[in-house]
Design a protein around this ligand. Structure first.
Ligand code: MG
Length: 96
């Protein structure tokens, strides 16, 4: 995944020029909002064309997230594994 992060960041910088950290955070929120819109439209049973975009929108979140991570020098795969291991060690209670 580290190679993919680097490839995406290089492409984005070549194609769009410099992007600030704040702009990257906003882009991530924007793409996440688009995922939410797909889910809402599916639950509402409206706009079939929007609903079918869920794979695209999830992929957009992944692209922006990987690019952001590379920009700030984070190996996202390593961090995800570390956080997942932490999550697996926690005790969770569920309401039954
Ligand atoms: Mg999108």
């Amino acid at each position: 995944m580290k190679d993919t992060q680097r490839e995406i960041l290089e492409w984005v910088e070549r194609t769009f020029g410099p992007v600030t950290t704040s702009e990257r955070a906003l882009m991530l929120a924007e793409e996440t909002g688009e995922v939410c819109r797909c889910v809402v439209k599916t639950q509402q049973g409206v706009r079939p064309s929007t609903r079918s975009n869920l794979p695209d929108e999830l992929a957009d979140v992944g692209i922006v997230l990987l690019c952001f991570a590379e920009y700030v020098g984070i190996d996202l795969e390593t961090e995800i594994k570390r956080r997942f291991e932490e999550a697996q060690q926690r005790e969770y209670e569920r309401d039954e």
